[in-house]
Design a protein around this ligand. Structure first.
Ligand SMILES: Nc1ncnc2c1ncn2[C@@H]1O[C@H](COP(=O)(O)OP(=O)(O)OP(=O)(O)O)[C@@H](O)[C@H]1O
Length: 655
């Protein structure tokens, strides 16, 4: 039932139009809010209801009776001021009783009504205090008690909670709502605080520039804003301006965004709430997958090396274990670190004089003579590596990267870094170069030649051991052998084991990369064929999004280092296959929606109120796109994401 009817009310102050033909209805018993930015005319409308201001045009009625003809003090309306306007020299109960005393009601009735209202606002024990002896929240309750004790039909509250700090304000919001229900009085609150209006009011009139933009329940205002101003003013929103088409809203510089149906050809705003935005991580997931493969492979290979050393030669065990431990500590060492250390070793080795190199060669040949037990260990290690998770048998094995200078050209070439590396190994070593991890079961037999081929130590030229395996990592057999013979100190052993592990890991990563690329390429082809038969426009978008490196025809690995391989995986994995990092709403619905062309970068992630708030930068879009997800988001600044939403979750607003 309508209590107050406001019809075409205008109020001007000189050049300023404070109210411009405002019309709205306030229902009996409801908690109504006038919400809008400073200067939009809220207070002027409140003052007209209270009788302190007269409109230039329009009509206002209460229960169908012309309110404008009633003198302010005779209206069944009370106004609670922002400042509370308490009498400082009077006690709490006298402040509350004041209005009733002015009406000359019987003292007994006044006492009973004051006691009742003190009970309602929870101030019975503070009845004898003066305002300065109360907290802000308590003073606000006294002002409220004084307003409701007269039992008005309508209570007007101008920014009632603005003088309170945040915590007390939250408490008083609840208290105000409880009171309103309890006393059954119609409340009209003026506020510029949308959170306050949304949490207090049954319905809200959103005002802007002296006009009412929309009157609705809070949830409707939030879900179905009807004007651009309301869409931007109530809560956070992502707003895009574009042209309505059959497939969505076309935004210049971005493309076709998912949107509900509208009038084709109209210019409109598309509003999407942050919690409706779905983020799909593009790159990091694939990198993580590669890192996980690397870490797993390194750990397993290291374990193999350790086990072999323990079981085959007790005397050499401490050194080998030390080396393996050091290698384990280096599990996160990537190819870059490996090449860095290789460079260092090389520099050192080049600086060594020839005598030192000769000494080492001599030591090495002595070590070969003592090698029987080491060779046994070596063959065990080799066999284990072949049977383990790092499949290296020739049929399935991706090719290792080619050496920078082929071994058979090394001798004739000018001495470069690569040439030195090849020379150090000699001709017999050339085959081992292309197969850094043993792949032939015959090699499991202990053979003097195999030891010689695998020997990472320089023979004549003084090159560092690491150089000998520049094409794919140090041979594990040689590393284990040296570790057990105690020929090299622990630090050198650690470095070599690390390089050997890196070489094996590179192969495994390359293999995985090749599989993923081939898989994704097949899927992308299938998708393209599917789209050929359906929507031609969608095909263009899909092609733009999924243009990737061509997949190799065979299982051959790309000739890249592991980190490059990781990038390739990231590029090759279609967006649709990626992990959803922030999402709300019905997941089933998402499948049927056209994909949004939006791509963005996470700029900031903050967590408050149980929600992760994600700020994204999107090329072609002014300002940021906001996303929100319950709990902690699995996304970090810098992450590249695909941004989408269900068309039904977006709102189309005529521009
Ligand atoms: N007595 C007056 N004389 C001149 N201009 C006035 C007067 N009262 C209000 N205005 C102007 O009318 C417009 C609306 O003012 P009003 O106080 O109603 O806005 P409001 O929405 O309540 O703002 P706030 O939230 O800042 O209180 C403003 O531009 C204001 O400057």
């Amino acid at each position: 039932m309508t209590l107050i009817s406001i019809d075409g009310v205008s109020r001007r102050f000189g050049d300023v139009t404070a109210l411009d033909s405002v019309s709205l209805e306030i229902r009996q018993g409801e908690f109504f809010a006038l919400l809008g930015p400073s200067g939009c005319g809220k207070t002027t409308l409140l003052r007209i209801l209270a009788g302190f201001e007269q409109p230039d045009d329009g009509a206002v009625s209460l229960d169908g009776e012309d309110l404008l003809k009633i003198a302010p003090h005779r209206r069944p309306i009370n106004l609670m001021f922002q400042s509370y306007a308490l009498f400082p020299h009077m006690t709490v109960e006298r402040n509350i009783a004041y209005g009733l005393e002015r009406e000359k009601l019987p003292k007994k009735e006044i006492r009973e009504r004051v006691a009742e209202v003190l009970e309602t606002v929870g101030l019975s024990t503070q009845a004898r205090r003066k305002p300065h002896q109360l907290s802000g929240g308590q003073r606000q309750r006294v002002a409220l008690a004084r307003a409701i004790v007269k039992r008005p039909r309508l209570l007007l509250l101008d920014e009632p909670l603005s003088a309170l700090d945040k915590k007390v304000r939250a408490e008083m919001q609840l208290e105000l709502k409880r009171l309103q229900h309890e006393v059954g009085i119609t409340f009209v609150v003026v506020t510029h605080d949308q959170e306050e209006a949304m949490s207090l009011a049954d319905r809200i009139a959103v005002m802007q520039g002296g006009k009412v933009e929309q009157v609705d329940a809070p949830i409707e205002l939030y879900d179905r804003p009807r004007t651009p101003f309301v869409a931007g003013f109530i809560g956070a929103n992502n707003i895009f301006s574009g042209k309505v088409t059959e497939g969505g809203v076309h935004v210049d510089g971005i493309g076709l965004l998912p949107a509900p149906k509208g009038v084709d050809g109209d210019t409109a705003l598309l509003a999407v709430r942050p919690e409706k935005v779905r983020l799909t991580q593009i790159a990091p997931k694939a990198e993580e997958a590669v890192e996980a493969v690397e870490a797993k492979a390194v750990a397993e290979v290291t374990a193999e090396v350790k086990d072999d050393a323990v079981t085959t030669d007790e005397g050499a065990e401490p050194k080998a274990e030390e080396a393996a431990d050091a290698a384990e500590a280096k599990t996160d060492a990537d190819a870059e670190a490996t090449s860095e250390s290789a460079d260092e070793s090389k520099d050192e080795a080049t600086a060594d004089n020839t005598d030192e190199a000769k000494d080492e060669a001599k030591d090495e040949s002595e070590a070969k003579d003592e090698a029987t037990s080491e060779e046994a260990a070596e063959s065990t290690a080799e066999a284990e590596v072949k049977e383990g998770p790092l499949k290296t048998d020739e049929g399935a094995e991706p090719k290792a990267p080619e050496p920078a200078v082929p071994a058979d050209e090394a001798e004739s070439a000018e001495p470069s870094d690569e040439v030195q590396a090849d020379e150090s190994k000699g001709e017999a070593d050339a085959e081992a170069d292309s197969e850094p991890v043993a792949t032939d079961s015959d090699e499991a037999e202990p053979q003097g030649d195999a030891v010689s081929e695998a020997e990472p130590k320089p023979e004549t030229e003084g090159e560092a051991p690491a150089e000998a395996e520049a094409d794919g990592g140090t041979d594990l057999r040689a590393v284990v052998k040296d570790a057990m013979s105690g020929e090299l100190d622990a630090e050198a052993m650690a470095e070599m084991v690390s390089k050997a592990v890196a070489g094996v890991v590179a192969k495994v990563v390359a293999e995985v990369v090749a599989e993923v690329i081939a898989d994704n390429d097949a899927k992308a082809r299938a998708k393209t064929e599917e789209k050929d038969e359906t929507a031609p426009e969608a095909e263009v978008a899909a092609e733009t999004e999924t243009t990737r490196e061509p997949a190799p025809e065979t299982g051959d690995a790309p000739e890249t280092a592991p980190e490059t391989a990781a990038e390739t995986v990231a590029e090759a994995v279609p967006v649709q296959k990626q992990e959803v990092v922030a999402e709300s709403g019905d997941e089933d619905k998402a499948d049927a929606e056209p994909e949004s062309p939006l791509r963005g970068t996470v700029v900031d992630v903050s967590f408050y109120g149980g929600t992760s708030h994600i700020v994204l930068r999107v090329e072609g879009h002014e300002g940021h796109v906001l996303a929100a997800t319950q709990g902690s988001a699995r996304v970090e600044p810098g992450t590249e994401v695909a941004i989408g939403w269900d068309a039904a979750d977006a709102v189309l607003i005529p521009a």
